[in-house]
Design a protein around this ligand. Structure first.
Ligand code: ADP
Ligand code: ZN
Ligand code: ZN
Length: 680
């Protein structure tokens, strides 16, 4: 009887896969293991789940050293070679071991030490089939722009990346749905199977889209994948995708790693959104991986946005991506809102609100229309200070202020989550009159209640929606019309199709104008266009108010605001691209950021200094190591070093050699590498 050996990828930082012996069990004939199956193996002192990446007749590991695999999950059909290839690409590109990419992409229940039975999940899946079969909801008649877009997407053959550049409210969702419907129908006609992946930026947008999809495609199995799912649900939905059962998969960025054997179309809504970038662990860009996946499978991919990322815009301008445009709003009589700037030097705000904005809110209240106030800062005030001695409430563990949270009676550090009681008096001089400086959503809410005691005001931010389901309940009540004034952070700015909202007020956007991060203006512009896009989506009602956006600013002549007023993304983007070209920054430069952290800043800096000198780097620019802006978080000091090159292959080759050397370096600093960083 010949031995069989398997090579297994495990979730460890060691950049290698591991061999195990798969023993023929004398009494019971066993199936030969297959590549892509999950195996349970001993690893160190524990048992770990891994993915079989090779099956072979011999191993280089000496016979007395090699361990026996414990079990193979035969119930689960193997992950495909295509899927493993995706993981391998991501591992290579982001300079991580394969196992660290592939294993976390699986639902927890499959990779735990304890083996969970698949029976229940599979049974649940079978039940999804027997959903009753209401008639599909009517699709609106597409306008010409939408029709052309749908036709173009449906007719695309092979790898066809398409930018769907459509103003807010132009009906991009409708284009996605009808393109999806055409792809499903075409597959049915050919007697093949099709799956469609739709990525969205916010968990909170899932219910809205899921509702649309389910009512339009009754009977078509739909699965959602996002981090808000309970583990059992996550497993069922993942299986639905993996087994080819789910035809439409909706998800946030993590869904890009789903196993989708019949994938025929990928759609990324709001492709510019920062949430597609994972910001911890494997710091991947779901958008970039999606484009890679579409190329791998030779299928079309649609990137939708009113404010495309400069990367995507650049691809479209240079002809690498096709561009489809929707210039007008879709709903009958809906037009883009009028954007006005309120000069805060002239119209001095009280409670953070200028008299112009208060007047506009009042008008909406009188007419029973809804308003939205956008302030991208949660909490009551960003800092608490003592006028008498100059004391300021710093976090004892971070280079940051403690944010005042008044309703919770707490000071909270937004970096390390430390919570302290609000001091009754100044810890230094005893002054009891401590002053909150600045304004967060809670303080604006409080001010609004004073100005409009009769109004129904709702705040939506990360604090008000901590409990599971509370965000959905809050959004539902806005849609139902139970709210007059909605105040919130970026959570409320994206994607929601509020039908009765005719006023958007933007408080305090100025700080981003002067950020040293060159991406700040791109982000601010997108944010303002997005939030402005929540107003006037349904068209003006008879006798109702024209929709408008009021931006409170101290810099009313700033060109960025000029572009927002003109709804002129094209010019803004073209100018910005030219600036980026001249400055030699992305998308004209490829970057990787090496981060190091340690108890002492010097340890981190020393490691980075060593890294800067440790290998040949012709054609690569290595910048000086610098402490991060928020240097200390949770008593750990952090520093970073930026490596860049105008050539992506050159940077990739360098990173590979560099990582090998750094892994062999002894240091007390913890370090990590991020490829294509967005926050520098
Ligand atoms: P976007 O995603 O481009 O911001 P949506 O897809 O949310 O826009 O569409 C905005 C609104 O217009 C939605 O309420 C949608 O139902 C409606 N809509 C879309 N297409 C049409 C159409 N062809 N005719 C009428 N209404 C439409
Ligand atoms: Zn004091
Ligand atoms: Zn802190």
């Amino acid at each position: 009887m010949t031995d069989v050996f398997i090579t297994v990828a495990l979730d460890t930082p060691l950049d290698t896969c591991f061999d195990y012996r798969w023993l023929e069990d004398g009494s019971q004939p066993r199936n030969k293991p297959q590549v892509g199956q999950l195996a349970l193996v001993p690893f160190g002192r524990r048992e770990a789940a891994g993915i079989i990446v090779e099956v072979k007749g011999e191993s280089d590991v000496p016979a007395d050293k090699i361990k026996n695999a414990i079990a193979i999950r035969e119930q689960l059909p193997p992950l495909s070679a295509r899927w493993l290839e995706l993981c391998r690409f991501a591992a290579d590109y982001y300079q991580r071991p394969l196992g660290e990419v592939a294993i976390p992409a699986l639902p927890k229940n499959l990779r735990g030490e304890k083996s969970v039975s698949l029976d229940r999940a599979l049974k649940k899946l079978a039940r999804l089939d027997h959903a009753h079969d209401p008639a599909p909801a009517d699709a609106p008649r597409l306008n010409d722009g939408q029709q052309q877009a749908v036709d173009a997407i449906a007719a695309a053959e092979g790898f066809a990346p398409t930018l769907l550049y459509g103003v807010t409210g132009s009906g991009k969702t409708e284009v996605y749905l009808q393109a999806a419907s055409r792809v499903l129908a075409a597959a049915e006609q050919q007697g093949t199977q099709a799956q469609i992946l739709i990525l969205i930026p916010e968990i909170n947008l899932t219910p809205q889209l899921e509702g649309n999809v389910r009512s339009r495609f009754p009977g078509v199995p739909v699965a959602t994948l996002h981090s808000g799912l309970a583990e059992g649900e996550r497993l069922t939905n993942w299986l639905a995708a993996h087994l080819g059962h789910a035809r439409i998969v909706l998800g946030t960025r993590l869904a890009i790693m789903a196993s989708l054997p019949h994938l025929k179309l990928i759609i990324i809504d709001e492709e510019h959104d920062a949430s597609y970038k994972q910001q911890e662990g494997l710091r991947y860009s779901a958008r970039d991986l999606a484009v890679w996946r579409a190329r791998q499978l030779s299928i079309p991919i649609v990137l939708g946005s009113a404010t495309p990322s400069l990367e995507t815009w650049h691809h479209a301008q240079s002809g690498r991506y096709r561009q489809l445009e929707l210039r007008e709003r879709a709903s009958q009589s809906a037009v883009l809102p009028k954007v006005r700037l309120i000069d805060m030097e002239r119209d001095k705000p009280g409670e953070g609100l200028t008299s112009t904005l208060v007047g506009a809110l009042k008008l909406r209240l009188e007419r029973g229309e809804q308003s939205l106030l956008f302030l991208n800062r949660r909490g009551y005030a960003p800092v608490l200070a003592c006028d008498a001695c100059g004391w300021i409430g710093n976090c004892p563990r971070c280079t940051a202020f403690m944010v005042l949270h008044k309703p919770e009676h707490r000071m909270r550090c937004h970096h390390c989550s430390l919570e302290l009681r609000i001091p009754r008096s100044c810890p230094t001089c005893g002054n009891i009159d401590l002053q909150p400086l600045g304004r967060g959503t809670q303080r604006v809410e409080e001010g609004l209640q004073r100005v409009f005691p009769q109004a129904r005001i709702m705040r939506i931010d990360a604090d008000s929606t901590r409990l599971k389901g509370s965000a959905q309940a809050a959004f539902d009540s806005v849609h139902r019309g139970d709210v007059d004034i909605l105040i919130g952070t970026q959570m409320v700015a994206k994607g929601h199709d509020f039908r009765n909202l005719t006023l958007v007020g933007v408080l305090n956007p100025d700080t981003a104008l002067f950020s040293h991060d060159y991406r700040a203006s791109e982000r601010l512009f997108a944010q303002l266009m997005q939030v402005a896009g929540r107003a006037g989506r349904a068209g003006q009602k008879e006798g109702g108010n024209a929709s408008e956006v009021l931006i409170q600013t101290r810099y009313p002549t700033h060109p960025l605001y000029g572009a927002v007023m003109a709804h002129d993304y094209d010019r803004f983007a073209s100018d910005l691209l030219e600036e980026r070209r001249q400055a030699g920054v992305p998308p004209f430069m490829y970057q990787a950021l090496l981060r190091a952290e340690a108890r002492e800043l010097q340890t981190a800096l020393d490691f980075l200094q060593h890294a800067a000198q440790c290998t040949e780097h012709e054609g690569i620019i290595i910048n000086d190591p610098i402490p991060m802006t928020v240097t200390r978080v949770s008593n750990v000091d952090r520093a970073q070093l930026l490596a860049e090159s105008p050539s992506r292959p050159a940077l990739q080759a360098f990173l590979k050699a560099w990582m090998a050397q750094l892994r062999a370096t002894k240091t007390r600093a913890r370090w990590s590498l991020e490829v294509d960083p967005v926050d520098i």
